[in-house]
Design a protein around this ligand. Structure first.
Ligand SMILES: C[S@@+](CC[C@H](N)C(=O)[O-])C[C@H]1O[C@@H](n2cnc3c(N)ncnc32)[C@H](O)[C@@H]1O
Length: 288
């Protein structure tokens, strides 16, 4: 019964619709503000029905917000991830490479990787997958404009990182920027990544984590909550649409626990690069 309800909710969120107007976005933001976020985050059956419309609302300003909110650090972290991913792909230079970018958003990582790796991989193909129609629409718009140079190497689709329409062991590399924390069940999302990656395939993921040291956790989440609520109110009259970030981190796990989840789902964690006292980390893991 619960599964049926979840399927209906997901179908509704993945169904094709045209781009929302500003007033529709404001209306959605208001209705998100009336939901009990703590209850939604704590319930895997309901979490996606908050997360997807929220990303639809913030999509047009997501990139600007992320740069601002992180004082430019987001671009630096993504640069580190891209260099790592390109270095790993270079080991198989000359061969076709099939890459999945999970929760691709407006396409930063998918486009960056395609641009950086195309000279070494004539058959490179990067598939960006995102649950939000608005995010996917913006990513496709970039492919027709500012990122046209990689349009023949990247495809963007709407879908769920926890249930990919992808054959077992058919992918060489997965990248995932701020992705798994948003999944209704992070463990299920990791399990799905393990299913589609071939043995020896690489998983490179960057996300916010719950710092273990309580004083730092209170400070970091306090900043993220205050800044997020302020921006949510200013841009959408709904604090929760950006306030979500701090709350979702508090419901998530530490980078150490994430390493353990990777390990028990068939990955060898090869490195963990940490920033902000463990509040942000990049894991590089290889499928056994
Ligand atoms: C914080 S954004 C990250 C976007 C991009 N990866 C980046 O680094 O800029 C998180 C993305 O996860 C997507 N998302 C949330 N739940 C998802 C799911 N179950 N499957 C796929 N994408 C999902 C959202 O729509 C959103 O675009």
């Amino acid at each position: 019964m619960a599964h049926k309800r979840k399927d209906r909710e997901l179908d509704a969120h993945f169904a094709p619709v045209s781009s929302a107007s500003d007033s529709e976005r404001t209306e959605t933001a208001r209705s998100l503000g009336t939901m009990d976020l703590e209850a939604m985050l704590g319930d895997p059956e309901r979490k996606q029905s908050f997360v997807t419309p929220m990303f639809d609302v913030i999509a047009p300003r997501y990139d600007a917000f992320t740069r601002l909110f992180s004082f430019g650090m987001d671009a630096r972290w993504k640069g580190v991830l891209l260099r790592e991913a390109q270095g790993r792909l270079a080991a198989g230079a000359g061969r076709a490479a099939r890459v999945l970018d999970l929760a691709c958003g407006t396409g930063d990582l998918a486009f960056g990787l395609a641009r950086g790796a195309r000279s070494q991989h004539p058959g490179l193909h990067v598939r960006g997958v995102d649950a939000s129609l608005e995010m996917a629409r913006l990513a496709r718009a970039r492919l027709g404009a500012s990122d046209r140079d990689v349009a023949d190497l990247v495809s963007i689709e709407t879908g769920d990182m926890s249930a990919l329409p992808t054959a077992d062991q058919s992918i060489d590399m997965i990248t995932a920027g701020y992705a798994v924390r948003n999944a209704p069940s992070p463990e299920l999302a990791i399990h799905e990544a393990a299913r589609v990656l071939r043995s020896g395939g690489v998983y490179v993921t960057l996300d916010f984590y719950r710092p273990q040291w309580a004083p730092w956790r209170v400070l970091l989440l306090g900043y993220l909550a205050a800044a997020g609520n302020l921006v949510g109110w200013t841009w959408h009259r709904s604090p929760v649409v950006y306030g979500y970030i701090a709350r979702s981190i508090d419901h998530f796990m530490s980078w150490q626990e994430f390493s353990r989840v990777l390990d028990r789902n068939g990955f060898d964690v090869q490195s963990v690069t940490r920033w902000l006292g463990g509040g942000v980390a990049m894991h590089v893991a290889v499928r056994r």
